[in-house]
Design a protein around this ligand. Structure first.
Ligand code: PLP
Length: 950
């Protein structure tokens, strides 16, 4: 044997992390597609007029090891201090069993939003635990399965209050003790809707007759704990709605919002085990009284039954959401914070009520002791009624004390010019408290000063919470591990199958990209820590922004929006601010094609715009005549148009440039929804096509995992003229217009996208786009004949996704798109996007990550399903009692009596299903109607589980 040195680098992207098909597979697939080469295919697919002129280049791609070294070096530029800043972000300890088995486990983090309930029972159960926990802690009836952050949750609550209140007022009152970023985001969201925001001291400034609602916070941002019962009664007397922002840990010791009479409670679940991460991601919560459940934004898990009558979970009341209600939706929220909600729920399962109370009690006693020491040192506190946070009057010693604290490794909060805030948390030790005293100039002993709780009897919590058995299980680590494993085994995620969801871009979330998110240098930086402690973050964010600018052709990026829909809102608000600055503030019309994603019209409405729908032609393109006519009609008032490119029908429309020109000619701005950027990177740039602003879903194109419905990041790119109007943030630049609680949104997941760009390089990113297009065209080619592929370019090509028409099967065989989707579960697949953008169809997006064998497995499954439909058409299979109608089949279908006119083998092992690694859905088909009629959104009693197990 001879050993020679070669250029072969086993860690090179080409040897294939992100790019699924091997070179020989690529050439085989090109033959099936009927293209002479990959270049030829791309030329036939992407119109020459929009192709970018210069290739994407940002240096050589890094190998996996190089990128990890680079990430480490960057992380080291962040300085991890003990942050006692509070202001909505607290130190916490993620139990290692949760870190390893959930946060670092692809079975959890690569899952999609549970729209297909049969393959999502595990995460739905975890989310039901979350809802139960939130409803219990807040003392309210029903909670949703997470919002983006506390500040946006407060804004969402304001919107519910405006709709639900019978008051004629258009003003909303905000407690001046809400966190500053909460107040800012409320202001941003109220302004375009014409609502007045009154910020003040609720005990002296609130006139309940003058508002449609109010939000109060406890503990307040400076630590105060108040009972708002009387104020809430006064609001109710005037038909106004009461919202409370509350820290969930404090609620284990304090009277709950529900017991004060609040209608809505919101807050952040961050301190339930989720690191601060320089601002996110973390789950926010919202709970409401039963009367407001239909107005609640976001996803709501409910209990229902399956086809056998067994208990099953599903998303409830979906008709509230934007994909149905569009500009009349209650909110634009789509991606939320599912993975973080699951982690927070498991933190509560891990600790149980007694554990949580012990943590809260310890934090409180330490805060009381801290306060006693500060008083002994001669300082005045803002209040004696606090939970974990105190504010201290320090006169002209502020700078000196903050500096001394930094010398002790502590960050304290600068409040005004003469006060300092200190928030203690789960991580605070006795010596931390002593170090704070030293910073204030005193050498005191914690044990000497150990204080008693200061929570009054009137404010003390007397009601029980977390009584459900799930919060009382034996939490030996073996049990926790197995519980979490049992749940994830019920679900299908990318670790088991491709998830060909059109528009959602379920691509690889590479391990090397994920590793760093739990490093303390990224995870443990407070979003409001002094800038010099976050230099690694600054460098990473600057470089990622620069790369995203080069990819998109924009001039600046705002990292603030923490989802695509948030990006839409932020982008439209930027456009709105630009019009106002030009004296064109009256422009309010937004043209949106009927094929647009539901978040588009919902966001436009939130930005104060009037949505004018533009027709879509039969071939899926924007109807240019209708577009031109409407632009002309609304010329004086045209603010913007929102287009998606390539279109939601999966085609590169050749008219995109024309749409931009028309819009500009009438004084409008072009918002290009960047969700489909996976078809553009390296080939074409939104900025060159003529768009002014776009959001990028980093959880689609740039490898942040979907986490079962969040986290995500939706930064926006803008052209230079819009740059001055990007969202500001009270803490970083003091400018208005914040759209998220944190200045850089969910900053701690940005290294994932950064690492992706670094490992791919410009060339690798471009190759990914080309292969994404090849993979989609390969599926379209293989399924041609069996299914009609709707919408292709003039050359007969699809972009990075394709739409299959299943409507003919409904006619010929009574087979619905639902039946096909559920039968795919039997084949071991997550269904493609269903009935969007066209009812009765499937939209398939394989992404570049999938290898040929996986694409073939999927095609076999689809072809078998077509054959089954054919058998129904031929009369060899019964029209009502067949494998499609009865899908998915569970393991229960393998045992017991069997009276179906097809056999068990066919039922459970159709093409695609793996025999040894067969995935069985844990429930048969889920009954949606039953669930909405009998709405149950918290954990059902244990007896139900026992029955289900019988
Ligand atoms: C995913 C998507 C959105 C919304 O993004 P989120 O991050 O879920 O808020 C908007 N438009 C299109 C076309 C999408 O596919």
């Amino acid at each position: 044997m001879s050993i020679t040195l070669t250029d072969y680098d086993p860690y090179d992207f080409a040897n294939r992390r992100h790019i699924g098909p091997s070179p020989s597979e690529i050439s085989d697939m090109l033959k099936v597609v009927g293209a002479a080469s990959l270049d030829a295919l791309i030329d036939e697919t992407v119109p020459g007029s929009i192709r970018q002129k210069t290739p994407l280049a940002f240096g050589d791609p890094m190998t996996e090891r190089e990128v990890l070294d680079h990430l480490r070096a960057t992380a080291r530029k962040n300085t991890v201090m003990v942050s006692l800043i509070g202001q909505g972000y607290h130190g916490t300890i993620m139990p290692p069993v949760i870190q390893r088995t959930i946060l670092e486990n692809p079975a959890w983090y690569t899952a999609y939003t549970p729209y297909q309930p049969e393959i999502s029972q595990g995460r739905l159960e975890a989310l039901l635990n979350f809802q139960t926990m939130v409803a219990d802690l807040t003392g309210l009836d029903i909670a949703n399965a997470s919002l983006l952050d506390e500040a946006t949750a407060a804004a969402e609550a304001m919107a519910i209050a405006e709709r639900a209140s019978k008051s004629k007022s258009k003003a909303f009152f905000v407690d001046h003790h809400c966190h500053p970023q909460t107040i800012d985001v409320i202001r941003t969201r109220a302004e375009p809707l014409g609502w007045e925001v009154i910020v003040g001291d609720p005990f002296s400034d609130l006139d309940a007759a003058q508002v449609f609602g109010a939000v109060f916070q406890y503990p307040g941002t400076f630590g105060h704990v108040h009972d708002f019962t009387d104020l809430i009664a006064s609001l109710h007397a005037e038909k106004a709605i009461a919202v409370i922002a509350a820290d969930p840990l404090s609620l284990t010791l304090l009277k709950s919002p529900g017991e004060m009479g609040a209608d809505i409670a919101i807050g952040s679940m961050q301190r339930f085990g989720v690191p601060v991460g320089y601002g996110g991601p973390h789950a926010a919560y919202m709970a409401v009284k039963d009367a407001y459940k239909r107005s609640m934004p976001g996803r709501l898990v409910g209990v229902t039954v399956d086809a056998r009558g067994n208990q099953a979970y599903r998303l409830a009341l979906q008709t509230r959401e934007q994909h149905i209600r569009r500009e009349k939706a209650t909110s634009n929220i789509c991606t939320a914070q599912v993975l973080l909600a699951i982690i927070a729920s498991m933190y509560a399962v891990f600790h149980g009520p007694e554990g949580l109370q012990a943590i809260a009690g310890r934090v409180h006693v330490r805060a009381a002791t801290l306060a006693a020491g500060l008083k002994k040192l001669g300082f005045d506190l803002d209040t004696d009624r606090f939970f974990d946070t105190v504010s201290v009057a320090v006169g002209d010693r502020q700078a000196e004390i903050l500096e001394a604290a930094r010398g002790e490794g502590l960050n304290l909060r600068k409040v005004g010019d003469d006060r300092i805030g200190i928030a203690l948390d789960e991580v605070t030790r006795r010596d931390t408290v002593e170090a704070v005293w030293r910073a204030f100039g005193g050498d005191l002993s914690f044990d000497d000063l150990l204080a008693k709780p200061v929570i009054t009897d009137a404010m003390a919590r007397k009601s029980d919470y977390l009584e459900h058995p799930i919060f009382h299980m034996n939490r030996a680590e073996s049990e926790m591990t197995r519980y979490i494993r049992r749940l994830s085994d019920k679900d299908l995620a990318l670790d088991r199958t491709m998830i060909p969801l059109g528009s959602c871009t379920m691509k690889l979330n590479a391990t090397a990209e994920m590793l760093c998110i739990t490093w303390p240098e990224f995870a443990d930086i407070h979003p409001f820590a002094p800038a010099e402690q976050a230099q690694g973050y600054t460098q990473m964010i600057d470089d990622l922004s620069d790369k995203l600018c080069r990819i998109t052709g924009y001039d600046a990026i705002s990292m603030q929006p923490n989802s695509g829909a948030q990006g839409e809102f932020a982008g439209l608000m930027t456009v709105r601010a630009w019009h106002r600055a030009n004296g064109q503030g009256h422009r309010h019309v937004c043209l949106i094609p009927t094929s647009a994603h539901g978040t588009n019209p919902a966001s436009a409405q939130m930005a104060g715009m009037s949505v004018v729908a533009v027709r879509t032609r039969d071939n899926g393109d924007i109807d240019l005549d209708d577009f031109r006519a409407k632009a002309e009609l609304h010329s004086d008032n045209l603010a913007a148009c929102m287009i998606t490119y390539p279109s939601t029908h999966g085609v590169f429309e050749e008219t995109a440039t024309e749409v931009c020109n028309i819009t500009h000619a009438h004084g409008g701005q072009v918002y290009l929804d960047g969700a489909n950027l996976n078809a553009l990177v390296g080939l074409a740039r939104p900025g060159d096509i003529g768009a002014d602003v776009s959001h990028l879903n980093l959880h689609k194109t740039f490898c942040i995992p979907h986490g079962g419905g969040g986290p995500g990041m939706g930064p926006i790119g803008v052209k230079a003229h819009l740059t001055p109007h990007l969202p500001g943030h009270c803490v970083t630049d003091g400018k208005p217009g914040a759209v998220s609680a944190a200045p850089f949104g969910s900053a701690s997941i940005l290294p994932i996208s950064w690492a992706y760009c670094l490992m791919m390089g410009g060339e690798g990113l471009t190759q990914a786009t080309r292969i994404a297009i090849l993979n989609a065209n390969y599926i379209a080619a293989r399924l041609k004949g069996a299914y009609d592929v709707l919408y292709t370019s003039s050359a007969g090509r699809v972009a990075h996704e394709c739409i299959l028409d299943t409507r003919p099967l409904a006619q010929s065989a009574g087979v619905t798109v639902d039946d096909v989707a559920k039968r795919l579960i039997d084949c071991g697949f997550h269904a493609p996007t269903m009935s969007w953008p066209v009812a009765g169809t499937l939209m398939i997006e394989p992404t570049e990550s999938e290898v040929k064998a996986e694409l073939d497995r999927f095609c076999s499954a689809m072809l078998t399903i077509r054959e089954e439909a054919q058998a129904i058409e031929d009369g060899t299979l019964d029209r009502d009692n067949n494998p499609l109608k009865n899908a998915p089949h569970t393991i229960e279908d393998l045992v017991g009596p069997w009276d179906r006119p097809y056999d068990r083998e066919a039922a459970c092992f159709p093409a695609g299903a793996m025999r040894n690694a067969k995935y069985f859905a844990p429930v048969n088909r889920v009954d949606n109607v039953y669930g909405d009629r009998n709405l149950v959104c918290s954990c059902p009693p244990m007896s139900d589980y026992a029955e289900a197990a019988e």
